[in-house]
Design a protein. Structure first.
Length: 98
């Protein structure tokens, strides 16, 4: 745990004026401002995200939790088996956990 007396703050001075590099000014001046460009940007941003109902996400999280519990139970049970009689099962469980 970090105590309050262990925290230090350092003050840094910054320059009051930030100038835009000439390259950025040139790029901003040459940037197209047409409707077609805005539509392309909107379409590309729409294709990178999806909307999912909260209930679906909650259900998925619950299922993953159940998978983790089941995997743990199977690993525990397979460790109790005789390797001579159940070698294939133990090998398969080893592949399942990786």
């Amino acid at each position: 745990m970090i105590e309050a007396d262990q925290i230090t703050f350092e003050t840094v001075e910054v320059s009051p004026k930030i100038s835009t590099p000439p390259v950025l000014k040139l790029a901003a001046e040459q940037a197209p401002t047409g409707r077609v460009e805005r539509e392309k940007t909107t379409r590309s941003s729409e294709s990178t995200s999806i909307r999912v109902a909260v209930e679906k996400v909650d259900q998925l999280i619950n299922l993953v939790g159940e998978l983790v519990i089941t995997q743990s139970m199977l690993a525990q049970r397979s460790s109790e088996l005789d390797p001579v009689n159940h070698g294939d099962l133990i090998t398969s469980m080893g592949q399942f956990t990786t």
